[in-house]
Design a binder for this molecule. Structure first.
Ligand SMILES: [Zn+2]
Ligand SMILES: [Zn+2]
Length: 386
C-alpha cells in the first residue's frame, strides 16, 4: 500500500530542500536523487539480478543476499510484491530495497511483463506495489545519475567539452526540477518528460565531464534556467517566444555558423501538389479560380507562418501535421510536386547539439558553448549544506 511505503524522510527532505532552495539559493544536502525507472511502463513482473558482485536485499524486515549472477523475480500481487527465486518463495512484501554488497556491484533489472531490455543501476533500488504496477525507484548519487543521463541523452563518442556542457545542462535540469514527481514520492522520472536515464554509465570521459564541472549549473537572475536543446538548428536557433509563446530572455534566436555542414542541417520532402492543396483547404485555404495560387515560400531566416493567398498557417503546425524534422523550411513547386527544403532537426530552441559539438572541436570550452546558445546566463557554483 502506497501510504505504508512512503518514506517520511524523503518527503520531509524534499520539503526542506525546496524551502532551502527558495531561501538560500541552490543548496542540496548531498542526498541521493530518487529516480522513478521504467516509468512509462506499467511493470507487472521483473527479474532482478546481481551484476558484477553481490547485493544486499531487505524485504520489509527480512534480510537476504542476492549472490553474484543470481536472480530473483518480483511479481505484483495486489498491493504487495511477491519475491522468489527459481527454487522457492522468499517472501511477500510491502517493499523490497536492494543495495550493493560488493563495491563493484550493480542492480540489474529486466522487466518481463512488459518485456524490456535489462538495465543496470548503481547505488540502490527500491521496489513496491503502486496502484496496479511495480514502482521501481533508483536512489542514486547525483554524479552517477548525471553520467547516466548524459549517455542516454547524447550517446557515446562525443568530445570532452561537449560532454561538460551537457553535464552542466543535466545538472541545471535536476536542480530546477527536483520536485517534479514530488506527489509520486520520487524526484525525477527516467523518460524525456524529465531527462532520459537508462542506468549505469561506464564511459570514463562522461564521468570525467561530470566530476570536472561538479556543482556548476546555469542560472538567470539566480535561478536555474530552462536549458532546452535540440539536435540541429539549421543555422539559426528559435526563440522560446516563437516556439512556445513563452518569452525567456536567454532563449532568444541566435545565428549559428557551427552546425550547417552536419547531415541533419538539411532535409527535403516531396508532397504531391493535390495533397498539399487538400491539406491547405482543410486549414481554411480557398482556391481562387481567377488567379494562380503561389504556394512557394522562402524561409531564409525563421518565420512563424506560411502564407498562401489570405491564409496564414504556423510552420510549427505544419511540422506536426506532416511529421517533419523541423519548422524551418522553404516551399517550392516543381513538376506537380511541392518540395519542402528544410533546415535543422528539432524545435531549434536553446543549445544546438551538433553546433555545440563543432564548437568544442574548434577549441571553445563548455562555458563558451553555453553562453553562446543561452544568451546572458551565468555559470553558478551550488553550495552544499552539510
Ligand atoms: Zn518526469
Ligand atoms: Zn545549430
Amino acid at each position: 500500500m502506497r501510504t505504508a511505503l512512503t518514506d517520511a524522510g524523503m518527503v520531509c527532505t524534499g520539503r526542506i530542500l525546496a524551502i532551502l532552495m527558495l531561501l538560500y539559493g541552490f543548496r542540496l544536502s548531498g542526498h541521493p536523487v530518487w529516480v522513478g525507472v521504467f516509468n512509462n511502463a506499467q511493470v507487472q513482473s521483473v527479474v532482478m539480478s546481481a551484476y558484477n558482485g553481490a547485493l544486499n536485499a531487505s524485504g520489509d524486515d527480512s534480510l537476504f543476499v542476492i549472490a553474484g549472477n543470481q536472480a530473483v523475480y518480483v511479481v505484483l500481487h495486489g498491493d504487495k510484491i511477491v519475491v522468489g527465486n527459481a527454487n522457492h518463495l522468499i517472501g511477500v512484501f510491502d517493499k523490497l530495497t536492494v543495495t550493493k554488497r560488493d563495491s563493484s556491484a550493480a542492480v540489474r533489472l529486466r522487466p518481463v511483463l512488459p518485456l524490456i531490455k535489462a538495465r543496470n543501476y548503481e547505488d540502490s533500488v527500491c521496489l513496491y506495489a503502486d496502484i496496479g504496477r511495480i514502482r521501481m525507484i533508483n536512489r542514486i548519487d547525483e554524479a552517477h545519475y548525471l553520467a547516466g543521463v548524459i549517455e542516454a541523452e547524447t550517446g557515446l563518442g562525443r568530445t570532452h567539452e561537449f560532454y561538460k556542457a551537457t553535464a552542466v545542462i543535466a545538472r541545471t535540469y535536476l536542480y530546477g526540477h527536483y520536485d517534479r514527481h514530488y506527489s509520486e514520492n520520487f524526484h525525477l522520472c527516467d523518460e524525456t518528460h524529465c531527462q532520459a536515464y537508462k542506468g549505469k554509465c561506464n564511459d570514463a570521459l562522461i564521468q570525467l565531464a561530470v566530476s570536472s564541472t561538479a556543482d556548476t549549473i546555469i542560472t538567470w537572475e539566480n535561478k536555474p534556467i530552462s536549458a532546452t536543446y535540440h539536435a540541429n538548428c539549421g543555422g539559426q536557433t528559435e526563440s522560446a517566444k516563437n516556439a512556445w509563446q513563452s518569452h525567456l530572455p536567454y532563449l532568444v534566436s541566435v545565428s549559428d555558423p557551427y552546425c550547417t555542414s552536419y547531415p541533419s542541417a538539411q532535409w527535403k520532402k516531396n508532397i504531391v501538389i493535390d495533397d498539399w492543396i487538400a491539406y491547405l483547404m482543410k486549414n481554411g485555404f480557398k482556391p481562387n479560380p481567377n488567379i494562380v495560387s503561389d504556394f512557394s515560400f522562402q524561409q531564409t531566416a525563421r518565420h512563424l507562418d506560411y502564407k498562401v493567398n489570405d491564409v496564414l498557417l504556423p510552420f510549427k503546425q505544419i511540422r506536426t501535421d506532416w511529421d517533419l524534422r523541423s519548422a524551418f523550411f522553404s516551399v517550392a513547386v516543381e513538376d506537380g510536386n511541392v518540395l519542402l527544403n528544410g533546415r535543422g532537426y528539432g524545435h531549434g530552441v536553446g543549445l544546438c547539439q551538433e553546433g555545440a559539438m563543432e564548437m568544442s572541436r574548434r577549441g571553445y570550452n563548455y562555458g563558451d558553448i553555453i553562453r553562446f546558445y543561452y544568451q546572458g546566463v551565468s555559470l553558478t557554483k551550488v553550495t552544499h549544506e552539510q
